[in-house]
Design a protein around this ligand. Structure first.
Ligand code: AMP
Length: 179
């Protein structure tokens, strides 16, 4: 890892704000909004993803509700590929597949349009943060229901101690920042 790459990662990491007891007591919420409000840092975060995927023949970015949309939208724009939204229950207008999942602080259902991705399409799934991996696993199942191929799952932040990577062991995982 080059020194400038390392220091860029450190700058991103230092900007993430810990918010204790949000949204529930005992959860330390990793607030990435200070990265978004700083133009240089936001660009840096998007550049890390763009450089990683620009030569991997990725055909579609699948972004997870809601902060995954921010990085996913920018990444799809830079790669010149389409963007598919995985949303929380009841938000998508068209016919959708649904998967129930458990997360660090609750239960939920994720949905994706039945034509959100195409069979054999090379897909990167993206979200802001990997915790227990339940959310990303549900998104992966939605992608697989449509027969697309998961090239990698990408996260800005990984909470290693929650072992999401182990839960997602059948998928390649990339995270820019780990705790
Ligand atoms: P999980 O399904 O447990 O991997 O949780 C990942 C999803 O929940 C992502 O969409 C994150 O945005 C959100 N999330 C879970 N835990 C945290 C946390 N400690 N700080 C910020 N976001 C979190």
């Amino acid at each position: 890892m080059s020194t400038s790459f390392k220091s860029a990662m450190e700058r991103l990491k230092c900007s993430i704000r810990d918010v204790p007891d949000f949204p529930k007591k005992g959860i330390v919420f990793k607030d990435i909004t200070p990265i978004l409000t700083n133009g240089q840092l936001f660009r840096l975060a998007v550049t890390i993803f763009t450089e990683r995927y620009q030569r991997k023949s990725v055909e579609r970015i699948v972004a997870i509700d809601a902060r995954g949309f921010i990085f996913g939208g920018a990444l799809a724009h830079h790669l010149g590929v389409g963007l598919t939204l995985v949303r929380k229950k009841g938000k998508l207008p068209y016919k959708s597949n649904s998967i129930e999942y458990g997360l660090e602080y609750g239960q939920g259902t994720l949905e994706m349009h039945i034509d959100g991705v195409e069979k054999n399409q090379r897909v990167v799934i993206i979200d802001d943060l990997l915790a227990t991996g339940g959310t990303a696993e549900a998104a992966a199942k939605l992608v697989e229901l449509s027969g697309a191929e998961i090239v990698e799952m990408a996260f800005l932040v990984e909470l290693g101690f929650l072992k999401g990577r182990e839960r997602l062991e059948k998928y390649p995982i990339f995270s820019a920042i780990s705790y």
